[in-house]
Design a protein around this ligand. Structure first.
Ligand SMILES: [Zn+2]
Length: 181
């Protein structure tokens, strides 16, 4: 009799477990539905400026010129005073040559005399990411495109007012969108 009662309890426990398992399954399924909805929403936002660009090395190589590839993807530095933007003061927006991310306004460009296009501020703080660079026996702050991770140059604290910053950028890493009149 005692054994029978136990068996009955075990059966009840098993039923409870089965019930919990079904509940979990339902919850999981609805989570998945939410997930797929979220993904759909994200997908429709692919034109958003913040969308990260992920390409393979061979895709970059096929897309970029050798100089752009050397600077953007291999963290190279172009020779000073060689950039097409050296004496370029048209009104517009400087974009990333890798992904088109808008990086600097022409209004913030100044002649630093260093041989590379220089800007005292980024178009906004989300466009560029920074990292400490300890190569070549120096400690510098590297700047990269926040969208595709392409190397742009370095930022120094010897720039003019109002920021006191100098974004020293390889011209090969940039493209230019002329302001419409
Ligand atoms: Zn980019």
């Amino acid at each position: 009799m005692k054994q029978l009662t136990l068996k009955k309890t075990e059966k009840q426990i098993a039923m409870v477990f089965l019930f919990i398992a079904i509940l979990c399954q339902m919850a999981f399924t609805s989570c998945n539905e939410n997930d797929s909805k979220f993904k759909t929403n994200s997908y429709t936002m692919t034109n958003d400026d913040s969308t990260i660009v992920n390409k393979t090395d061979s895709e970059w190589k096929a897309q970029l010129t050798p100089e752009q590839y050397y600077v953007l993807r291999q963290k190279g530095t172009e020779r000073p005073f060689t950039s097409k933007f050296e004496d370029h003061y048209d009104g517009g927006t400087y974009t990333c040559a890798g992904c088109g991310n808008e990086l600097f306004k022409s209004d913030s460009k100044f002649d630093a005399g260093c041989g590379w296009p220089s800007f005292y501020e980024a178009l906004d703080s989300t466009k560029i990411k920074t990292e400490i660079d300890k190569t070549h026996g120096m400690q510098r702050v590297e700047i990269m495109c926040a969208k595709c991770g392409g190397h742009l140059g370095h930022v120094f604290d010897d720039g003019p007012k109002p920021t006191g910053l100098r974004y020293c950028v390889n011209g090969a890493a940039l493209d230019f969108l002329k302001r419409k009149k």
